[in-house]
Design a protein around this ligand. Structure first.
Ligand SMILES: Cc1cc2nc3c(=O)[nH]c(=O)nc-3n(C[C@H](O)[C@H](O)[C@H](O)COP(=O)(O)OP(=O)(O)OC[C@H]3O[C@@H](n4cnc5c(N)ncnc54)[C@H](O)[C@@H]3O)c2cc1C
Length: 828
């Protein structure tokens, strides 16, 4: 009996913790257990009563608000305040910016799957759909990436089309002449353009992302809005935004660019203004902009504005031809056609009215930037990089069926299949995350952590997908020219990795670093109340936090021991996905617990433990990506034919989640915690996931090399030229022709194997000779020959690469140069 009671203690405590039972329930359960134990073990009544009294006294302290606060919470608050790392205003602005959305559920250990199911899946309005089908399609048709590359600019008619059709004003409301499109529509347009060329895609996405228009909309004065927004909407103004300096890239808050409040002359009058010196680089659209946003630190040593001496980072709008501004030179970012260059100025006087929002917003620049960052970061790079993935899935899949080696379509070799599988499943997953996140923006969210998750993971997976695509198409991808459909995307991939928060930094510092504070249900309250020395608020947050941690530990253990089979999942999810929801709930609880243990044991040092932080960020991100994939599968009507894409993508996420947990645990500084975490909380019965199976991978790869509704859904909105002189147009036609000719190919092979047809020596150096001989021998019909002939003609187009005069025609061009070259300035 005594043993039974002792053994019942952990499950009893676990059950109370699991259900987050209130303290009085712990008290009554504890008293009852002690009474039973005293009776069973034959303790003296006095001892039993004493034990019960001690328990009641300890729990009583915790149950009495006043006693608990004074005796327990106050010393903890004192220690906490001592350990709280100093935080600058810029760090605070960055941490507190934006909103918490679905990722908050995943962080807190108990995702509400009904909530996920209830989020609307974004849809285009009729007008938005028409813009995608007509204007965007037309812009794709107008753009010839190779021709743009040769000229290092888009032709004037393409620029004009972009401006005239309102591409630059998609986020600007109609009242100012803009399109007032949803975030989803904006994302769709960028995605489609990116399947054609990065030149229009980047040119369109930058003005619609974080920059003058977005900042004006949120913070501009009515006069500034009226002055700039109609011009920005109609393309009369081209914007850029200049934050990065040679000395401050990732650490953008440390920009040395400075302005001093002073008096000066403006429009013939003496006015209060700023004398600003700045040296910015990498600024997209700067060489062609008509107005640029400028971030600098504003000082007011003479207190002319009546505030502090160091006012902080300030954002101003500066016309490109403002006296003293040096603009127009170009950088050459990996052969990009879109414009990018430096912006400089020394002691440039500008009136205070240039500050976005006017003088009252002096010093508010960093907060403004952080608050607006989430929307653009959720759309631009996720859109453009998903576009590149869709193009790869469509075109490389076709190529893998058209290109034969060893008498077999290369897409049928297992090695190539592996790459095709990653291309297909990653594209499915990234598109899911892109669409779901754009939907969040349309719901009014500014999800700072989610925007970092999609930016990081979509660009990383795009790198993987495009690299895989390049491997599959071999030399065809390497030789640049008008026939190369992937090499230019390959060149542009590192740009997305570097901008809007370089990826290493984003993974190491932001995903978990910001996530832990923003998404955690108690940490931000603890920090705020500790900063204010508010004992009551700190007490509430602290004990809420303790209950949360204990509950998550109990839930993770229970779900780990039972394989999470009993976890409740909404009845209306697809039966084939139920286990994923259950396992994600389990991982979410384990993640919440391990996050708390990491923060609790490492404190401020966790910020420097970037590798641990990165792996924790991986877990949170992968859970987000997996849930987006599940959401997509449901939203698209549980397409059975698409299921392999969904299963592979989720299985891969789950496996990677496990690896990330393992990485955290294996490197946890406290070895005892590491042992308990692995054996008790996270993997009590071992790791449930292995890599996705080869059989499943084969099913995914097969979807890419054959026309189907699944392939169309996966690559929806890829620009598909009908002209077979275009490489993607030729691939589309060649895929159909290859499939049509395959039975003939198989027939001829069989005839040769059976010895019924021997073509003889092929001396013409022509791989198609065999078919002519087969027709002459009467073993294939005229109809069959025509099928093969068409296939061969298209295949030959597809596999050929471009060649050029040995000097690429440069000598002749240079001889012409003094008469015809535009007067481009050369950087000193
Ligand atoms: C093509 C292009 C277009 C751009 N467009 C604009 C624009 O329009 N406007 C604008 O203002 N800026 C623009 N940028 C600047 C861009 O945002 C910066 O390049 C970016 O912030 C990184 O700065 P950096 O290149 O100086 O790299 P660095 O800051 O020198 O970083 C180098 C590496 O160190 C890593 N790193 C840095 N700190 C940490 C850390 N604490 N932990 C872990 N890793 C770290 C980074 O992740 C990166 O991998 C553009 C850049 C490029 C290349």
């Amino acid at each position: 009996m005594t043993w039974l009671l002792l053994l019942s203690l952990p499950p009893l405590a676990g059950a109370l913790a699991y259900g987050r039972a209130p303290l009085f329930a712990w008290l009554w359960a504890g008293l009852a257990w002690l009474a039973a134990m005293g009776w069973a073990a034959g303790w003296a009544v006095g001892w039993t009563l004493l034990a019960m009294a001690v328990l009641a006294a300890v729990l009583g302290v915790f149950m009495h608000d006043g006693l608990r606060r004074q005796r327990v919470t106050a010393p903890i608050l004192k220690a906490f305040r001592g350990a709280l790392p100093a935080m600058s205003q810029t760090e605070r602005d960055a941490l507190e910016a934006g909103t918490v959305w679905w990722e908050g559920e995943l962080f807190a250990g108990r995702p509400d799957w009904n909530k996920l199911g209830a989020y609307p899946w974004p849809k285009l309005s009729a007008e938005e759909q028409a813009f995608l089908d007509n204007e965007t399609e037309a812009l794709c048709r107008l753009t010839n990436d190779w021709a743009c590359t040769q000229q290092q600019d888009m032709p004037a008619e393409v620029w004009q089309y972009i401006k005239d059709k309102g591409f630059l004003g998609m986020i600007i409301p109609r009242e100012y002449g803009g399109k007032g499109f949803s975030a989803y529509a904006h994302s769709q347009v960028i995605t489609k353009l990116s399947t054609r060329s990065s030149a229009p895609a980047v040119t369109v996405m930058v003005p619609n992302s974080l920059g003058p228009a977005e900042l004006l909309l949120h913070y501009g004065t009515p006069e500034q809005k009226q002055h700039y927004l109609p011009g920005l909407a109609r393309g009369r103004e081209i914007p850029a935004f200049a934050l990065t300096s040679p000395w401050a890239g990732s650490d953008a808050a440390s920009i040395p660019d400075a302005g001093v409040v002073c008096k000066g002359e403006w429009n013939g009058e003496e006015v209060l203004g700023m004398r600003v010196s700045f040296d910015k680089r990498y600024i997209t659209l700067a060489p062609v902009c008509t107005v640029f946003g400028l971030a600098f630190r504003l000082y007011d040593p003479e207190r002319l504005l009546g505030g502090d001496e160091d006012l902080g980072i300030t954002c101003a709008l500066v016309p490109h031809d403002h006296p003293g501004v040096d603009i127009g030179n170009r950088h050459f970012p990996l052969n990009a056609v879109w414009m990018n260059g430096p912006v400089r100025g020394k002691d440039v006087f500008m009136p205070l009215d240039f500050i976005i929002g006017g003088p009252r917003m002096a010093g508010q620049g960093w907060r403004m930037l952080m608050e607006c960052l989430a929307a653009g970061r959720s759309i631009s790079l996720p859109g453009s990089n998903t576009g590149m993935q869709k193009l790869t899935a469509r075109a490389v899949g076709a190529y893998a069926r058209v290109r034969y080696q060893f008498k077999t379509a290369i897409g049928r070799f297992e090695g190539v299949e592996e790459a095709l599988t990653r291309i297909g499943a990653n594209t499915y997953l990234c598109d899911a995350a892109r669409v779901m996140t754009a939907g969040a923006i349309d719901l009014g969210e500014k999800p700072s952590v989610v925007s970092a998750i999609v930016k990081y993971h979509v660009t990383e997976r795009a790198r993987q997908v495009v690299n895989d695509g390049m491997d599959v198409i071999g030399g065809k991808g390497i030789c640049l020219g008008p026939q190369n459909f992937l090499g230019r995307a390959y060149q542009q991939i590192p740009v997305g990795i570097t901008v809007e928060g370089a990826n290493i930094l984003t993974r190491s510092l932001i995903l978990f670093g910001q996530g832990a504070i923003r998404c955690h249900p108690y940490v931000l309250d603890e920090m705020h109340s500790a900063q204010k020395n508010d004992l009551e608020a700190f007490d509430k947050a602290l004990w809420g936090h303790v209950g949360f941690t204990v509950s998550n530990a109990a839930r993770a253990v229970a779900m780990g021991l039972t394989g999470s089979h009993f976890v409740k999942v909404p009845a209306d999810v697809a039966p084939e996905t139920r286990r994923y929801y259950q396992q994600l709930t389990r991982f979410s609880a384990a993640f919440a617990f391990i996050s708390d243990i990491s923060m609790g044991t490492l404190g401020g040092a966790l910020k420097r433990k970037e590798k641990l932080s990165a792996r924790l960020g991986d877990i949170l991100s992968l859970m987000y990506l997996a849930t987006a994939t599940l959401k997509r599968y449901e939203a698209e009507g549980r397409q059975a034919a698409d299921a392999p894409l969904m299963h592979w993508a989720i299985w891969d996420c789950m496996f990677r989640i496990q690896l990330a947990f393992e990485g955290v645990i294996a490197n946890f500084p406290n070895k005892l915690f590491a042992f308990l975490l692995r054996r008790l909380v996270v993997f009590p019965l071992g790791r449930p996931y292995v890599v996705p199976s080869d059989k499943l991978g084969h099913q995914v790869a097969a979807l890419l090399i054959e026309p189907s509704a699944t392939r169309d859904r996966l690559t929806a909105d890829v620009y598909l030229p009908e002209d077979i002189e275009e490489p993607v147009g030729a691939l589309e036609a060649a895929l159909a022709a290859t499939i049509a000719a395959e039975p003939v190919e198989a027939k001829l092979r069989q005839l040769q194997r059976d010895g019924r047809f021997a073509p003889g020596l092929m001396t013409g150096g022509d791989v198609d000779e065999v078919w002519r001989r087969a027709r002459e021998a009467g073993v294939i019909s005229d109809e069959e020959f025509r099928l093969v002939e068409r296939r061969n003609m298209l295949r030959n187009k597809v596999i050929r690469v471009d060649d050029f005069p040995y000097d690429f025609g440069l000598r002749a061009a240079l001889e012409e140069a003094p008469r015809s070259a535009p007067a481009l300035k050369v950087a000193a």
